[in-house]
Write a protein that binds this ligand. Structure first.
Ligand code: FES
Length: 122
């Protein structure tokens, strides 16, 4: 079974996508595989502010995304876990409703020259 582990986490500077590929509000998920290991993360763009989180719900460790690849509610006001419906605040990943429990783990991302890239630890 493939699991999300740190050893597959992409290095700082890794290209993710062009900023203009993202809707505002919008979200996009990314998967990185190293052998049998995988890292999953996603970014959210809202009101011009970009945030990145590890794609693992603190409730059960499942990926959050819907089958269509989205991570936000229909109203684009929260990050939504498709597993059991937890809602997380976009700005800091704090769980606001449902069984999510703790906050989402941040995944540092940055915009460099119009490109979304993995950032170093802050
Ligand atoms: S796995 Fe996310 S709410 Fe249960």
């Amino acid at each position: 079974m493939t699991t999300i582990v740190e050893s597959a986490r992409p290095q700082p500077g890794t290209f993710l996508c062009r900023l203009d590929e993202l809707s505002d509000p919008g979200s996009k998920g990314f998967r990185f595989r190293v052998g049998e290991r995988m890292f999953a993360g996603f970014v959210v763009l809202k009101d011009g502010e970009l945030k990145g989180y590890v794609d693992a719900c603190p409730h059960a460790g499942w990926p959050l995304g819907r089958l269509d690849g989205g991570f936000l509610t229909a109203e684009n006001d929260y990050i939504y876990c498709a597993g059991h419906g937890a809602l997380f605040r976009i700005t800091d990943g704090r769980c606001m409703a449902g069984p999510g429990g703790g906050p989402l783990e941040r995944w540092p991302v940055e915009v460099v020259g119009g490109e979304v890239r993995v950032a170093g630890p802050s």
